[in-house]
Design a protein around this ligand. Structure first.
Ligand SMILES: [Fe+2]
Length: 249
């Protein structure tokens, strides 16, 4: 008989419920990834991390994040217990809300977690929600998705866009190739792998991305490199054209 009870995840952030282990996990992951990311992460992310005010000693408060982001882009986080169903996820995005968990992994799961926790969702995703081109791109994807929720092929293609940009995107900056994808930012293994010679880097090409599959259970071997956050935003019309082609065929 399976006696393992399903884990209850919080649907609101209640600070009193964070345990000493949660604070320890946040501090450890924050300090470790801040050190791993030195010289490797996008300058825009670094500035944003400063703007949003995350530190190793304090688990971020979603209300404070909202107060920092709102004047910049109008975005905020929406607490969810776990990965959201597609429709819900895109609906919140279209309302400038990124769905995020507010619970932390345990000490014995520091390096591998099957589902995204607060360190991934908040440390990885929240800072760049202060960038207008990035958030407009995000919003654009959600609007196209909401118009085609009944078309699995289109949703699969938009999932690839999300994967190769928001989660695993690289950017070419003055100082060289840098990381901006949250899936890399929140993972020490991905941080090391993404900039190494072991993985392939491709120029950003939205059409190609929409036709490139991926696996979510391994360290990535393909990454797409944007020239700027503006380039992400400027890819929306072509993304829409590819979707229209799929819908017509
Ligand atoms: Fe993510």
């Amino acid at each position: 008989m399976n006696t393992k009870l399903p884990v209850q995840r919080p649907t609101v952030q209640i600070f009193e419920n964070y345990t000493p282990e949660d604070y320890k996990v946040w501090k450890l992951l924050f300090e470790r990834q801040s050190s791993n990311l030195k010289g490797k992460v996008s300058q825009e992310y670094l500035s944003a991390l400063n703007t949003i005010g995350f530190t190793s000693d304090k688990i971020p408060d979603f209300r404070e994040i909202e107060m920092r982001l709102k004047p910049l882009t109008g975005w905020a986080l929406k607490v969810v217990p776990c990965l959201s169903p597609q429709k819900e996820f895109f609906e919140w995005l279209s309302q400038k809300r990124f769905t995020a968990t507010c619970w932390l992994r345990s000490m014995d799961q520091l390096d591998y977690l099957e589902e995204p926790d607060m360190f991934h969702d908040v440390f990885g995703h929240a800072p760049l929600l202060s960038n207008t081109y990035y958030t407009s791109f995000f919003e654009g994807i959600s609007k196209i998705a909401l118009a085609h929720l009944d078309n699995p092929k289109v949703i699969e293609m938009l999932g690839r866009v999300y994967w190769f940009t928001i989660e695993f995107g690289l950017i070419s900056e003055m100082q060289g190739l840098k990381i901006y994808g949250a899936g890399i930012i929140s993972s020490s293994g991905e941080t090391e792998n993404s900039l190494s010679n072991r993985s392939k880097k491709h120029d950003f090409d939205i059409r190609k991305i929409m036709h490139t599959g991926f696996r979510n259970d391994i360290i990535q071997d393909n990454y797409f490199v944007v020239e700027s956050y503006q380039q992400l935003f400027q890819s929306l019309p072509e993304m829409d054209s590819v979707v229209q082609e799929v819908v017509r065929n």
